[in-house]
Ligand binder design. Structure first.
Ligand SMILES: [Zn+2]
Length: 161
C-alpha cells in the first residue's frame, strides 16, 4: 500500500501522481459499496490539502460528491488561488459551481468519456482544465454503470422508469 494521505507524504510532482490519489479514493468508494468517483485538492506547492470520494450511498447524502468531500476535508483555506482540484470524472454542475465559487485555479480530470459535466464552462471562465482520459478510470466507470445503472442514473439526476 502506498501511503498517499499522511501529512508528511512526498509532494506529488506530476499530474499522474495527483490523479493516483483521486483514483485511490474512487476505488475506496467502490469497495464501500458506493459510487466510484474520487477527488483531491492540492495546494499551489503540490501539498495534498484534502481528499475524498462520492459518499451518496455511504452517508445517504446526495450532496456528498467526490469534489465536495475533498473540499470539505481540506478544511478552510485562506485562499484557493493556485489550488488544483483533481477528480476522476468530469465535474458535475454542482461541483463545477464549487470550483468557480471558491476560485480554484486548476482542474485535473481523469476522464470525461462516461460523463461530461461543466468542464467546458469552467474553461470558458478562466479555469485551467486538463483532461487525461485514463483508460483504467474509464473501464472502472463503465463497469460500475453496467452493474449499477439505477444508482448511476440517480447520481447524475436522470429519472429512469
Ligand atoms: Zn459533483
Amino acid at each position: 500500500m502506498v501511503d498517499l494521505g499522511s501529512v508528511n507524504a512526498p509532494v506529488p510532482a506530476t499530474d499522474a501522481e495527483m490523479l493516483a490519489v483521486a483514483a485511490a479514493e474512487a476505488r475506496l468508494g467502490l469497495a464501500e459499496g458506493g459510487i466510484p468517483i474520487g477527488a483531491a485538492l492540492f495546494g499551489a506547492d503540490g501539498t495534498l490539502l484534502g481528499r475524498g470520494h462520492n459518499r451518496r450511498v455511504q452517508d445517504d447524502d446526495a450532496s456528498m460528491h467526490a469534489e465536495t468531500n475533498a473540499f470539505r476535508n481540506a478544511g478552510r483555506q485562506r485562499t484557493y488561488a493556485g489550488t488544483t482540484m483533481v477528480t476522476t470524472l468530469s465535474p458535475c454542475w454542482y461541483c463545477s459551481g464549487l470550483i468557480r465559487q471558491f476560485g480554484i485555479t486548476r482542474v485535473l480530470i481523469g476522464e470525461d468519456v462516461t460523463f461530461s459535466g461543466g468542464h467546458d464552462w469552467l474553461r470558458e471562465n478562466g479555469v485551467d482544465v486538463t483532461i487525461l482520459r485514463d483508460p483504467d478510470l474509464i473501464a472502472m466507470m463503465q463497469t460500475f454503470i453496467a452493474e449499477q445503472p439505477q444508482l448511476w442514473n440517480e447520481d447524475i439526476g436522470v429519472d429512469e422508469p
